[in-house]
Design a protein around this ligand. Structure first.
Ligand code: HEC
Ligand code: HEC
Ligand code: HEC
Length: 407
């Protein structure tokens, strides 16, 4: 329904004052966590230089401050839109999908322009970063072009008119700006990059070049949230902790740098969308062991290690302490089939993110020195099969393999 008389005068509601556009852009850039990848440890924000190691080589992120010589000071909105939407640099070079344009392609032009105006308003930082070091044969542009031809199609988020505005907003955030699929979707082993069929399935996958598994957001035995309340999901997304789960490692970074800054409405929208995702089968599912005499003997040894090293924090029945130590009983991070995260938690320890809702998180100490592989395997096998938990046993060989993969 238009009002034809005003058409000649333009559409006043579409003209966004520059300052308002920049503020919106700053918010959207946080929702997309641009700063997370484009900032080196301890370096100036957005000046790039963070290295992302993958089996294909080490990507070094670029300077996206408005410095003319070393950043994107010479770019215009159109150049920036090409990068976000088509994954192409200013000179037309196709970019590697280590930059998640595979999801950012869904971002609207309006949002892209807002992010650009925010970036252009930053103080320019003159910082030349070393080039990425891509291994043969992935350094060959034809291979990248081939991958793009098969797996990448630029396309905007398509509204689902059968769903509420709130749901659509959540889907837009999860699939586009939030680029959850960049980690939570299996990558194609052939070229090691995300496959097109995987698009928006969020079915879980190991993060390339790291010893972390990003669990399925669609499976009730991994990190699906169909049976959670929207309030519980929001709490986990914005504070990093809840009575059922804790965000750790790369996910703690996502919460700390990005999700905790979402408005209440956007966090709710994301939760509504996540809760609605249809259940899918997890990628791998191993059976819990039959409780033979031998297995029970192992579990008893694991229980002794638990009592000595873990019980003070996680409790005699794995109940944890609300808001302080995560429960291990009924915790899917403990029982899910891919064991790499749970092994890693015990070897490396870790911290939930620092957020406004959880400003001084308690940490877990590393046990890599205190326990040998066999002991870690026993205590993990125990916590995966105590207090109503049932999951496959962990072997010393799996622990050993994880030690190698941890840097
Ligand atoms: C997961 C890490 C990651 C995130 C998140 C990320 N980037 Fe990047 N970005 C990269 C990498 C790696 C490259 C280099 C790709 C290449 O050289 O082919 C890159 C390249 C770019 C380029 C192209 C620069 C050039 O000189 O061609 C732009 C522009 C850019 N990113 C902007 C953004 C913005 C804006 C955001 C947030 C909306 C963002 N990036 C989020 C990793 C990331
Ligand atoms: C940089 C990679 C990365 C990105 C991007 C990412 N995740 Fe994660 N996520 C992980 C990893 C790794 C884990 C497993 C560690 C953990 O449980 O906290 C995880 C765990 C989770 C969990 C389960 C926590 C638990 O313990 O049950 C949820 C829910 C989740 N992510 C939601 C999201 C949503 C929603 C987004 C997008 C807004 C997102 N993730 C983006 C890597 C990522
Ligand atoms: C000093 C207290 C403390 C001790 C001792 C401790 N933990 Fe933890 N544990 C924590 C905290 C805090 C976290 C959350 C850390 C994070 O988010 O990275 C945690 C996380 C975990 C997780 C991951 C849970 C999740 O939801 O992601 C597992 C598994 C775990 N601990 C097992 C153990 C085992 C097994 C031991 C004994 C070998 C142990 N913990 C000893 C405090 C402790």
């Amino acid at each position: 329904m238009g009002a034809p008389i005003t058409e000649k005068e333009g559409k006043p509601e579409m003209i966004i004052p520059a300052e308002q556009q920049r503020a919106r852009g700053a918010y959207l850039a946080r929702a997309a966590n641009c700063v997370g990848c484009h900032t080196a440890q301890g370096g100036p924000a957005y000046a790039g230089g963070r290295s992302l190691s993958t089996p294909f080589g080490t990507f070094i992120t670029t300077n996206i401050t408005p410095d003319k010589a070393t950043g994107i000071g010479d770019w215009n909105e159109e150049d920036f839109w090409k990068a976000m939407h088509e994954g192409k640099s200013r000179d037309g070079r196709p970019l590697y999908p280590a930059f998640p344009y595979t999801e950012y392609t869904k971002v609207t032009r309006e949002d892209s322009d807002a992010i650009f105006s925010h970036l252009q308003s930053l103080a320019p930082v003159a910082q030349r970063n070393p080039p990425s070091r891509i291994n043969f044969p992935y350094d060959l542009q034809p291979l990248l072009s081939l991958w793009r031809a098969i797996y990448f199609k630029p396309g905007l988020y398509q509204l689902d008119r059968n769903k509420s505005d709130e749901w659509n907003r959540g889907a837009y955030l999860v699939q586009g700006l939030g680029h959850c699929g960049a980690c939570h979707t299996e990558r194609n082993p052939l070229v090691g990059m995300r496959s097109a069929e995987g698009d928006a399935t969020l079915g879980g996958g190991q993060i390339m070049g790291s010893n972390w598994y990003a669990p399925s957001l669609t499976s009730s035995v991994e990190a699906g949230s169909a049976d959670w309340t929207v309030g519980e999901i929001v709490q986990l997304l914005v504070t990093g902790v809840s009575s059922r789960a804790t965000m750790s490692g790369p996910m703690a970074e996502v919460v700390g740098q990005s999700l905790q800054h979402l408005t209440r409405e956007d966090a709710l929208a994301m939760a509504v969308y996540l809760k609605s995702l249809p259940e899918s089968k997890p990628r791998s599912r191993a059976n819990a062991p039959a409780l033979t005499e031998e297995v029970q003997n192992w579990l008893r040894q694991g229980a002794r290690i638990y009592k000595q090293y873990c019980q003070d924090c996680h409790g005699a029945s794995g109940q944890g302490a609300p808001g302080i130590y995560p429960p291990l009983a009924g915790n899917r991070a403990v029982t899910m089939t891919p064991p790499i995260n749970v092994i890693r938690s015990v070897l490396n320890g870790g911290y939930p993110p620092v957020t406004a809702g959880n400003p001084r998180p308690y940490g877990m100490p590393p046990f890599a020195q205190a326990l040998h592989d066999g002991e870690v395997a026993l205590v993990l096998s125990y916590i995966r099969n105590a207090w109503g938990n049932r999951a496959s046993l962990i072997t010393a060989a799996q622990v050993d393999k994880s030690r190698e993969g941890i840097h």
